[in-house]
Design a protein around this ligand. Structure first.
Ligand code: COA
Length: 169
């Protein structure tokens, strides 16, 4: 399988925050943002693998800044690293200022997707070659995040989490 670059899976989702999507403080409801990020990540994983891709884990979400009603929200998703059948998708969320067009980073998230066949069985995906400094940084850290996610899910034993252990020695 020919390796791909993260830019080939870039997915940009731009949408407004409407009244039905806000909480009591008139800010975007967290679950709505999670759903939007899941959609963007799903498209990104599909672009990388050219397969059906399903969410297997949400590894990290940081709601750093409230997103007010009426905001223009931009979600950028890219595959940061692929393994055998799974892909880590890194999401950056921005709010676009209406008048200046300036962007402020509001959130970040990391999702893991698995490529599957029509029977839902995991299938292999292309490897990834990071290009930019940020892509290389995210690629390098992804194995540690995968091991942490598998450890928390009880799918590997602590002694198998070699990348995590290396942080403490
Ligand atoms: C995703 C799914 C197909 C994986 O099937 P499985 O039998 O567990 O397959 P495996 O154990 O071989 O795992 C497949 C890959 O996912 C990875 N994975 C599994 N659980 C993970 C977790 N919690 N965090 C990170 N990666 C995980 C495995 O490490 C493996 O990666 P690799 O092949 O790249 O090394 C299956 O769990 C499933 O269908 N889940 C439901 C998906 C879904 O419906 N999502 C929508 C949410 S409602």
């Amino acid at each position: 399988m020919t390796p791909k670059h993260p830019s080939e899976s870039l997915t940009v989702l731009t949408d407004l925050v409407l009244p039905s999507e806000t909480n009591a403080l008139n800010n975007l409801f967290g679950g709505e943002l999670l759903a939007r990020m899941d959609r963007a990540a799903s498209i990104s994983a599909g672009r990388h693998s050219r397969r059906i891709a399903v969410t297997v884990s949400v590894n990290h979400v940081a709601f750093n800044k409230a997103v007010p009603l009426g905001s223009v929200v931009i979600i950028e998703a890219k595959v940061s690293r692929s393994f055998k059948t799974s892909m880590e998708i890194y999401l950056d969320v921005w709010i676009e200022e209406r008048e200046s067009g300036e962007r402020t980073k509001s959130n970040e998230a990391i999702y893991t997707f698995v490529a599957v066949d029509e029977m839902g069985k995991p299938v292999e995906v292309p490897q990834i070659i990071p290009e930019t400094k940020l892509e290389i940084h995210r690629y390098d850290d992804a194995l540690r995040r995968k091991q942490l996610s598998l450890l928390l899910a009880g799918k590997i034993k602590p002694e198998e989490a070699t990348e995590l252990k290396a942080l403490f020695v």
